[in-house]
Write a protein of this length. Structure first.
Ligand code: SAM
Length: 271
């Protein structure tokens, strides 16, 4: 059983709860949506799943239905009680913690896992980056985020949404948009559309071998500080004409056009 709209409204009313805007609480009230997310995550019997922000358990129930072992990290102490009741007949475990600081690798105890989440809008990018950078045991993710954020995470060079975050994500994973979710399935209804993003971790591309990730990411961040300016001007403190020549990247190009491989070639030429 997953939650319908009347169930969500009843759970909120019975507990005297009102969704917190600050914590990005928009609860899914549509069984089809949460089952679709569980299918896209390609999880099944015995798989280990981390969910961030289970809320009232809409998605958690659909994940548990697959037979996966779910560890759900929820920051809001007011939701922990109702959530534990909702999940009583499942094997899902609730951890009351902030997903930005909890030791996720420790919760996994060395096992590989999938992350599945309807992420709170205000921390979705830092949460995804934290998992990609710090928790290599998480080999894939299916996340629901607001459309503009999702498009930014997986945009290729030259796309309007392409930015420093897209290039960083490409270092760790292959990403794609795998679905759209209308605002109407949420309680309360947000003002924006959401998308489903799938990220599958890969080893960093060969072009990045031997380049320190921090050095590469710092260069990418500086380059995108003025995304439409020529790189020879944006990066002039760091790289001279001979460096652009050595990297095979023309200094007249702009950050928004450069692939991760090209950023890596430039990073190799840093002093
Ligand atoms: N998964 C539920 C659903 O789909 O109905 C709720 C999703 S709601 C968009 C986001 C949830 O993340 C809320 O329950 C909120 O309290 C929780 N949350 C917000 N910030 C968090 C954080 N830093 N760590 C863990 N949970 C967080």
């Amino acid at each position: 059983m997953t939650h319908s709209r009347p169930t969500i409204l009843r759970l909120l009313e019975e507990r005297g709860l009102s969704p917190s805007r600050a914590l990005g609480q928009n609860f899914v009230a549509d069984p089809n949506t949460v089952r679709k997310i569980a299918r896209l995550a390609e999880i099944g019997e015995g798989d280990l799943v981390i969910e961030i922000g289970p809320g009232l358990g809409s998605l958690t129930l659909a994940l548990a239905e697959t037979g996966a072992r779910v560890i759900a990290i929820e920051i809001d102490r007011h939701l922990v009680g109702p959530l534990e009741e909702v999940l009583l007949d499942t094997t899902a475990r609730v951890v009351h913690a902030d997903a930005m600081t909890v030791d996720v690798a420790d919760l996994l105890m060395g096992e590989e896992a999938t992350l599945v989440a309807n992420l709170p809008y205000n921390v979705s990018v830092p949460l995804v980056m934290r998992i990609l950078e710090e928790v290599p045991q998480i080999s894939s993710m299916v996340i629901m985020v607001q459309r503009e954020v999702g498009e930014r995470l997986v945009a290729p060079p030259r796309a309007e949404a392409y930015g420093a975050v897209s290039a960083k994500v490409a270092y760790f994973a292959h990403g794609s948009v795998v679905g759209k979710v209308p605002a109407a399935v949420f309680v309360p209804k947000p003002n924006v559309e959401s998308v489903l993003i799938r990220l599958v971790r890969h080893t960093p591309p060969a072009s990045c071998e031997g380049v320190e990730p921090e050095v590469l990411f710092d260069l990418i961040r500086r380059a995108f500080a003025q995304r439409r300016k020529m790189l020879r001007s944006t990066l002039k403190q760091l790289l001279g004409p001979e460096d652009f020549l050595a990297a095979g990247v023309e200094g007249s190009r702009r950050a928004e056009e450069l692939s991760l491989d090209e950023f890596a070639a430039l990073a190799r030429c840093l002093p």
